[in-house]
Design a protein around this ligand. Structure first.
Ligand code: PPE
Length: 308
């Protein structure tokens, strides 16, 4: 998806012009994938833009850094402020937010410990991840021939840049095969997640999602959907799933910051349920978008208002 350029990017403590937010070609992170990042969204509300689960996203970014011995040179409070500053500087009503911390320029060789840690936060408008259509009609997905990396190769608790090479292999295979998205199994054949989303199935009124131990990212949208569904009276369970559990489900959907809640209408050329967004997925989308817009006071804590 092409990036829509805006004016400023927050980089190492300053707001710099979009085209000046540059790094050296010998940056450690470029060569070895030594970076951690987040994807966050801010939504338009009656009180101006509000960032969805900012705290949880920044906590995960610090956790990702600590797994890789990467201490971020800013506090959480400073990064909250920086996020608000960059949204304000670009006059965004709603946007996608991409904080990244990576090993910068100054050292070569695999050992990153002496390389500086650079931090940037960019924002831009980002529409529906798998296309506007998919939010209603559902996406067509394929189980990938590429497996989700093992917990003891690349831990899924860290949202690290290098880990996305596996997602890239799976995504390109899916897209070249004419599908919208890939689902990765782990090495035991359990459903792990999409290339950039968690996955849920609806099985006779119960929501089922794989536990993170299968190698899925502990998605923040996943947690929000579990809470919303529970509040709507659904039972939600974490249980291992195999590919036929998807084929036979009443509904299947992805969750993610970029993907939000995207229904899946086909898996491996098999129609799921009614063949488009099912009623439970719709109910969850409605609850989700009401909360993101600040229309549901029960979830007021999940929003950080930029102009407070
Ligand atoms: N699994 C993976 C592999 C993943 O990348 C994401 C987010 C999720 C699950 C869902 O996590 P959460 O956003 O916390 O609910 N993927 C981000 C990056 C997508 C991209 O193409 O870049 C995102 O959605 O922002």
């Amino acid at each position: 998806m092409p990036i829509t350029e805006v004016d400023k990017i927050w980089m190492n403590g300053e707001l710099v012009d979009w085209h000046e937010a540059k790094v050296h070609v010998l940056s450690h992170g470029l060569h070895y994938g030594s970076g951690v990042f987040e994807g966050i969204r801010a939504y338009a509300t009656a009180r101006g833009p509000a960032v969805w689960h900012l705290d949880a996203h920044l906590d995960r970014m610090f956790a990702s850094g600590s797994i890789y011995h990467m201490e971020l040179p800013y506090s959480k409070t400073e990064l909250i402020q920086a996020t608000k500053d960059v949204i304000r500087a670009n006059a965004m009503d709603s946007c996608y937010i991409r904080p990244i911390a990576f090993r910068g320029y100054g050292e070569m060789g695999v050992n990153p410990l002496a390389a500086p840690v650079d931090v940037a936060i960019a924002v831009w408008p980002w529409g529906a991840y798998l296309g506007e259509d998919a939010l209603e009609q559902g996406a067509r997905v394929k189980i990938s021939s590429w497996k989700r990396h093992d917990q003891n190769s690349l831990p899924s608790a860290a949202k690290a840049t290098g880990g996305y090479l596996g997602s890239i292999l799976a995504k390109v295979e899916a897209v070249k095969g004419g599908y919208d998205e890939a689902i990765l199994l782990n090495h035991e054949g359990r459903i792990a997640e999409g290339s950039g989303e968690n996955i849920f199935v609806v099985d006779r009124g119960t929501l089922v999602t794989p536990p993170t131990s299968v190698g899925a990212l502990a998605g923040i949208t996943r947690n929000a959907v579990i809470a919303l569904a529970t509040d709507l009276g659904y039972e939600v369970i974490e249980r291992d799933l195999v590919r036929t559990d998807l084929y036979l489900a009443d509904e299947v959907f992805f969750t993610g910051t970029a993907a939000e809640i995207t229904p899946i209408r086909e898996v491996d050329d098999r129609t799921i349920g009614v063949g488009h967004r099912g009623p439970v997925t719709k109910e969850l989308q409605d609850a989700f978008f009401a909360a993101t817009k600040g229309d549901d006071p029960r979830y007021a804590d999940w929003l950080t208002y930029v102009d407070d």
